[in-house]
Write a protein that binds this ligand. Structure first.
Ligand SMILES: [Mn+2]
Length: 355
């Protein structure tokens, strides 16, 4: 096992990335990570088989937290017999029972999370020279325990369960367009935040998240030189913090009565921040005036003149109609004609005149 390169394919949730957090601790093996949901599993397996064919080496193809149909496992078994790579599947979904009965590389145990199974497996076979997992085993074990609680929906200890569900909420499969960044974020954050949570950090009543967690997320964002709100690659959790510290309001480009117009933010960031602001109804100070999101209409304006309009007091549609658009009472949209020379501020002024 020492010389093998590990190609690790796993699911795209906390348990799936948790398995990769475990193998990431195997320092003596080179690792290549892939993640998939069920809709693309056959495609991903084919990609991996092609990769192994093109890059001859000693491989362990490890699949975790995913169950395979009889068809997929039979096809995979055939290739494995021809190509002679090591194959191991560790999973806990009972739906894979028939495949597990047929193939000895298919390890199924429904009593634990896939992360716990993966941890137990590698703990047993790991070389003593692999310092990282052997010496940090107890710390990783604490994180594995949290993941296990969430995966089995074990609420025996509510504090631990809440921490585990917070851990799950940091997984953002779609927040990164760059695969390596997504992987690094998810694997790194599960471990780091998991360790903080497992070691007794309590939730701050004000910000709802452990303070140290916020710092970690900010560090991560800095490490990758990510601009803040305008960068759609930033996971929404970080954007939530930014919103909660009112950074979003730096992007207000115009105000009329209780209508706030935001510019220079991407749609996904805007949507996330608006959701957050409406649900928290945190007071906002802007130009010496106080706003409560529940009384406001938010317009997200793009430089092309497209507007997303949101409210919780049924004003979005009315405002949209004034601008020639329409929609639902609280979620509407409109478009304003623009000229090439128009700046965002020009467009914003025209909106203010119209509403
Ligand atoms: Mn899963």
């Amino acid at each position: 096992m020492t010389n093998k390169k590990i190609i690790h394919l796993s699911h795209i949730d906390l348990d799936g990335y948790g398995c990769q957090m475990v193998t990431n601790k195997l320092t003596l093996n080179e690792k290549i990570y892939y993640n998939t949901n069920y809709d693309t599993i056959d495609e991903k397996i084919n990609d991996i088989l092609n990769f192994m064919k093109d890059n001859e080496d000693n491989y362990l193809f490890l699949i975790t937290d995913l169950n395979l149909t009889i068809e997929t496992s039979t096809a995979l078994d055939l290739v494995q017999r021809e190509e002679h790579f090591d194959l191991l599947l560790i999973d806990h979904h009972a739906s894979g029972e028939n495949s597990a009965k047929l193939f000895d590389w298919y390890h199924l145990d429904t009593s634990k999370s896939a992360t716990a199974l993966t941890f137990n497996h590698f703990k047993k076979i790991i070389s003593k020279d692999d310092i990282e997992l052997t010496t940090n085993s107890h710390l990783i074990e604490d994180v594995v325990d949290l993941i296990n609680r969430y995966d089995l929906w074990n609420k025996d200890d509510m504090e631990k369960f809440n921490k585990a569900s917070f851990l799950s909420s940091i997984i953002y499969e779609n927040a990164f367009s760059v695969r390596d960044l997504r992987l690094q974020f998810n694997i790194e954050m599960i471990e780091k935040i998991g360790k903080i949570l497992a070691n007794g950090s309590t939730f701050d009543a004000e910000c709802q998240y452990p303070i140290e967690t916020q710092r970690l997320l900010e560090d991560f964002s800095k490490k990758f030189n990510m601009g803040y709100l305008s960068d759609k690659n930033i996971p929404s959790k970080i954007r939530m913090y930014l919103a909660s510290t009112k950074t979003l309001y730096k992007n207000i480009i115009g105000v009329k009565d209780d209508v706030l117009i935001f510019g220079n933010i991407s749609s996904s960031v805007a949507q996330y921040c608006f959701d957050y602001l409406f649900s928290s109804n945190e007071m906002v100070e802007y130009n010496n005036k106080t706003y409560y999101p529940s009384n406001c209409t938010f317009i997200k304006l793009s430089s092309k003149g497209t507007m997303s309009i949101r409210s919780t007091n049924c004003t979005a549609k009315t405002i949209a109609e004034k601008l020639g658009g329409g929609g639902h009472p609280n979620a509407a949209g409109a478009h304003i004609e623009i000229e090439n020379k128009d700046t965002l501020d020009d467009i914003c002024s025209r909106i203010i005149e119209t509403i």
